[in-house]
Write a new protein. Structure first.
Length: 432
């Protein structure tokens, strides 16, 4: 079994990145406009199925137990990245599952694991989206899995008979169903985003702005010559990239820690390249929360508008100091979902990234009370902000601008409940 899992470990190499990226990348898994379901195999008490939702695919093994517990193991893939996920549910747990967004449980396989599970939107399923290869090894080797609450009180014990064979079947199923959606050369487009100087010859922007580039990255101030930039550091998990360019900068951004809820902030960047002003756009808003989706402390929430092309741009306080990097927006999918909810990467994450990559950040004012008129803040931003663009393979937008990552109330936790594991072999299940 260890040899088999060494093979599986190659598929796990992108697990941490995809676990974070899927929560940020806008997979709206309740949309079944493009989907395919098929029964794959039956191994003892495990049913294995394949599912495709848009460009997210994967295979899932499900076991149902006499006490109504459902234990699910999935290997999902997006492009070349793959990640293991675990889902558990039991209708008798619904009253307490739905009360919190996250639950810390103990899973005792061949060793005890304390795992943080997320609650699905319907409040009935718990999902663990960052399962390591070591964890999957112990599940494969375990005769049973004890599921306990945070106080180590036993909730249930499930039989892991045939789990090793089920895991091998999942991996084989995924291998036999490659994504098959690699874009062709004819689909290359020019995409643009925003970046800003954090040191001489160093520009920071979002990873997703340049991750699809097949041609050299270009940077430019409005109405000035364009220069080539190369990637000198990247952090896909936190969506950050550091670029090196020989272009001279007019100014360098200064950072500030600890923004406050309610303070006014500004965004400057190049949204809707080719449609809106090529000289850049400046918008105002307020800090509305110091955490992102699911209380993610890497992000802050703001009302300052950001659109395709703003990705990677600085979010500034009214002294002109940078308090975040524009990264994502909430996509309204229903009347109950709030609009104009946008997110920025918090400064401690950005500063840590820069220091690891050998850049010493500059610091702006330490006081949020050193207010300047909005027009002066805009002038400060213009001096260190550049447009970042390149030719490559990107999600298509109407303007060719790099869109902020689209967050949705639907998330990867909905992947498991949507599988129809009872599907008749060779026939797609019928849906209402």
């Amino acid at each position: 079994m260890r040899l088999a899992m060494k093979i599986l470990s190659r598929a796990i190499l992108g697990a941490h990145r995809i676990a974070s990226a899927l929560l940020l990348s806008g997979f709206v898994l309740c949309n079944f406009a493009a989907q395919a379901d098929e029964h794959y195999s039956k191994i003892g008490g495990w049913s294995v199925a394949y599912r495709k939702v848009d460009n997210l695919t994967g295979c899932l093994a499900v076991a149902r137990f006499p006490d109504q517990t459902i234990f699910q193991m999935a290997l999902i893939q997006s492009g070349t990245d793959k990640a293991w996920l675990i889902f558990i549910s039991n209708p008798t747990w619904n009253p307490w599952i739905g009360k919190r967004r996250q639950h810390r449980l103990w899973l005792v396989t061949t060793k005890p694991w304390q795992v943080t599970f997320s609650t699905s939107n319907d409040g009935k399923t718990l999902s663990f989206t960052d399962a390591s290869v070591e964890f999957m090894n112990t599940v494969a080797d375990a005769a049973t899995v004890e599921i306990m609450n945070d106080n180590k009180e036993l909730l249930t014990t499930v039989d892991m008979k045939d789990s090793a064979a089920a895991i091998r079947s999942i991996a084989t199923c995924v291998r036999e169903h490659p994504p098959g959606n690699a874009p062709s050369a004819e689909e290359e487009t020019t995409s643009s985003g925003t970046g800003f100087f954090v040191a001489p010859n160093r520009v920071v922007t979002n990873y997703h702005v340049v991750s699809g580039c097949t041609k050299p990255v270009q940077v430019r101030y409005p109405e000035r010559r364009t220069d080539t930039a190369t990637i000198s550091g990247q952090d896909a998990t936190n969506d950050l990239v550091l670029l090196h360019t020989n272009m001279d900068n007019v100014s360098t951004a200064g950072f500030r820690f600890w923004p406050r809820v309610g303070e006014q902030v500004a965004s400057y960047g190049f949204p809707y390249s080719g449609v809106l002003s090529s000289s850049g756009n400046f918008t105002l808003g307020h800090v509305t929360s110091l955490t992102g989706m699911r209380d993610d402390t890497r992000f802050l929430q703001m009302s300052a508008p950001i659109q395709p092309g703003n990705s990677g741009g600085a979010i500034l306080d009214m002294s002109g100091s940078v308090i975040g990097v524009a990264v994502a927006q909430l996509v309204p999918t229903a009347m109950s979902v709030p609009q104009n909810v946008n997110f920025a990467i918090q400064v401690p994450i950005v500063v840590n990234f820069l220091q690891v990559k050998g850049v010493t950040p500059e610091w702006g004012t330490s006081s949020a009370d050193a207010q300047r008129p909005a027009s002066e803040v805009a002038e400060i931003a213009k001096k260190f902000t550049v447009q970042v663009y390149c030719k490559g393979i990107f999600p298509k937008t109407a303007t060719g601008s790099a869109a902020p990552l689209a967050l949705s109330p639907s998330n990867v936790a909905d992947f498991a409940p949507k599988f129809d594991v009872e599907a008749t072999p060779g026939r797609a299940p019928t849906r209402p």
